[in-house]
Design a protein around this ligand. Structure first.
Ligand SMILES: Nc1ncnc2c1ncn2[C@@H]1O[C@H](COP(=O)(O)OP(=O)(O)OP(=O)(O)O)[C@@H](O)[C@H]1O
Length: 675
């Protein structure tokens, strides 16, 4: 392949329409390097910074997620305040010291409109309005008119100051510049379930602010017990990928505050991303019910202002995720070399035993025996040759290891998920399920799911809510493993759920030490990992099985009610008809026209004496319907077997870890008395 040259052969005639003078092929292509910061500035879409609106959304996300990670890392119930302040053009200009300037040459601007064009546009809009009024007067359905387009043009850029304050761990004074001014630097690279992973998000917000407003980022931070707060104003040297510090100083911390406050001014678009941002906050509140969020949008136009407080709904936080060691089946050559370089262990036996999960002493000895005669338990691990490391790697890939346990993970918990679903959708029924840990490429993961039917503001069909490491995922829904599984691999009909007619809520939360996101924007999990797809399917199915039994019971109750209603409907007519017959018989009997058998005489007598009336017949029939209905229901239940229905075990859990209990069993429930 030619690099930088023309693809035409020198003997070929020049192509039609092309310049006759052949382009001079470049002698050499110039070798260039790019810093990570440059790369991400040029490809910011892969980090979720696609357009101004999405940039505003992703900035909010990155800051909120950092705040939650930070508070949770010190087991502090998170309190996060996020403010987006709209900055008008004049205010922005004065912030950067630019004087506002009136337009002089109007026709120069993209949104310029001639007087004639303006007249035509206004006339067209007036006609549309007239038509709409006419249709409304005729009672026809009227379509809402699009907002007046005004004049074409790209429009003014909108600027926003985004501030996020938390009560988290804070940051060491000297680390702040690198944490915010060096792409791919962070504290979350270890093997641990965290929202952040790449060491990129906050830097992307800064890169975007540098690209769109040129303004630096400001960080205030204090760690627990620290007598000062660190203040840092910095931007990033994109070409060298290093922080460019404007101010970095220590200030008094009289309130003994701990946490961080980050402030960045960026271009954005609140109008188009308002609902996405609010959705994100709401879903974050659902999956993080132990946090308190205060979200504010502040504008010069008070009508546009928004304040939403998501109150804390529980004080119980999921356990802090633990840092874990690598599983032997998940490591590659590079990683083994890095672990060897970093280990404090002296010999191979200790190294295998301590740097990996699921390798005990005797198993390590067996592995070393299997590696060959040139390996021994006591050999210095740092003396291993490249070939020997390859041998270890090969064995790791082929040998059997127990799966990692998933103890290091911290799922949201079924209780939180159920709480979230009920709060979010107010469904008619809901089922939740929390699976055990599974493994993908040596990384443990847990899938939790919830399925609901019915509810407020829920559209018909599937409403899918996805969470990964307790982050709501709002974009790229179609390609996500959860959406695909719910749409294609669940036979909703077999659980008596109508996929198109019912209002179905599907909530799936996946936690892992490594979420295989597609791209660094953390927007969706691909559908190509069989282990995850299988676990997601099974979790949704488990919810559906629970729902099916509830739905069947509901249907039976409805059928029973219908049967009763049908029978009761005929009571007045039936009792009137029977009474008329009896009355006629009584009259014939009285006029001796008819002979009546002894056993019927009693009834006829009672009819004549008005002891049996239309009313008494009606009452007796109603009583009978009631009795028959009850007996039929009982018979049905015995036939279909109440005991075959899944029994719902309800336990009131003891607060003490060490508890004794007695179970009282009945066919339909079990009651556990904790002593
Ligand atoms: N609010 C905060 N409180 C404490 N530390 C923070 C806060 N925000 C950022 N940090 C620190 O700065 C580092 C870099 O943050 P950044 O958002 O760039 O990446 P990340 O969160 O590690 O990963 P990701 O790019 O996946 O979000 C974090 O690893 C964390 O140590």
């Amino acid at each position: 392949m030619e690099i930088g040259g023309s693809s035409e052969s020198p003997n070929e005639p020049p192509r039609k329409g092309k310049s006759k003078t052949p382009r001079k092929p470049k002698e050499t292509s110039t070798l260039k390097q790019k810093s990570p910061a440059e790369f991400f500035a040029e490809n910011k879409n892969i980090a979720g910074f696609d357009n101004p609106g999405k940039c505003l959304y992703t900035t909010v996300r990155e800051l909120v997620e950092n705040s939650l990670d930070s508070a949770e890392s010190i087991s502090e119930l998170p309190v996060v305040e996020i403010t987006i302040e709209e900055i008008g053009k004049s205010k922005f200009n004065s912030m950067i010291g630019l004087v506002d300037r009136e337009r002089v040459d109007e026709a120069l601007y993209d949104d310029f409109e001639t007087a004639k064009a303006r007249e035509r546009r206004l006339a067209k809009e007036a006609r549309a309005q007239e038509m709409q009024a006419k249709n409304a007067a005729l009672g026809k359905k009227v379509k809402e008119l699009p907002a007046s387009k005004g004049v074409k043009g790209r429009g003014e850029a909108s600027f926003y100051r985004v501030t996020c304050k938390d009560n988290g761990r804070g940051m060491p004074h000297d680390d702040i510049p690198n944490m915010f001014g060096r792409v791919l630097s962070g504290t979350k690279y270890g093997l641990k379930q965290t929202r952040g992973k790449f060491g990129l998000g906050a830097k992307m917000a800064l890169i975007w602010s540098k690209m769109s407003t040129g303004l630096p980022i400001e960080i205030s931070s204090s760690m627990k017990g620290q007598s000062y707060t660190s203040f840092c104003r910095l931007d990033i040297d994109i070409h060298r990928n290093i922080p460019h510090i404007h101010l970095h100083e220590k200030r008094a911390n009289d309130d003994r505050w701990h946490g961080a406050e980050i402030q960045v001014v960026i271009e954005g678009n609140w109008t188009t991303y308002r609902s996405k941002i609010l959705h994100y906050m709401r879903q974050m509140a659902v999956i993080t019910p132990y946090a308190q969020f205060l979200f504010r949008f502040i504008s010069d136009i008070p009508d546009k202002n928004v304040t939403v407080k998501f109150a804390r709904r529980t004080d119980v936080m999921p356990p802090v995720p633990l840092e874990t060691k690598h599983h032997p089946s998940s490591v590659d050559l590079l990683l083994i070399k890095r672990l060897i370089a970093e280990t404090s262990k002296q010999n191979l036996l200790q190294f295998l035993q301590h740097e990996f999960v699921n390798i005990g002493k005797s198993y390590a000895e067996r592995l070393i025996g299997e590696m060959g005669p040139e390996f021994s338990p006591k050999m210095a691990v740092k003396s291993l040759s490249d070939q020997q490391i390859v041998r270890i790697h090969q064995l790791f890939r082929q040998a059997k290891f127990d799966d990692p346990t998933g103890d290091c993970l911290s799922p949201a918990g079924e209780y939180n998920l159920r709480l979230g679903i009920i709060k979010e959708l107010h469904p008619d029924m809901v089922a939740t399920y929390s699976g055990s840990a599974h493994v993908f490429e040596g990384h443990p993961f847990i899938v939790e799911a919830g399925v609901s039917v019915g509810g407020k503001d829920v559209k018909q069909g599937l409403n899918i809510f996805r969470f990964a490491n307790r982050i709501p995922l709002l974009f790229e829904q179609g390609a996500d493993v959860v959406t695909r599984t719910a749409l294609k691999r669940i036979n909703w009909g077999s659980y008596k759920i109508n996929q198109t007619q019912d209002k179905i809520g599907v909530f799936v939360s996946i936690v892992s030490t490594k979420i295989p996101f597609k791209g660094t924007g953390k927007e969706y999990i691909g559908d190509d990992i069989t282990e995850i797809a299988t676990a997601v399917k099974s979790a949704i199915q488990q919810c559906c099985i629970q729902l099916k039994s509830k739905i069947v019971k509901k249907m039976q109750a409805r059928e029973q009610q219908e049967r009763k209603r049908n029978l009761s409907r005929y009571i007045p007519d039936a009792s009137a008809a029977v009474y008329d017959v009896l009355r006629e018989m009584a009259q014939s009997y009285a006029s001796k026209k008819q002979r009546i058998e002894e056993k019927d005489a009693e009834i006829i007598r009672k009819v004549s004496e008005h002891l049996i009336t239309k009313e008494t017949l009606r009452e007796k029939l109603a009583e009978h319907v009631e009795k028959v209905d009850y007996e039929m229901a009982l018979e049905y239940a015995t036939q279909s077997g109440v005991s075959e229905e899944p029994r719902e075990d309800i336990f009131i859990q003891s607060l003490e870890p060490d508890h004794k209990f007695i179970d009282f069993h009945s066919p339909i429930f079990v009651f556990r008395l904790v002593c």
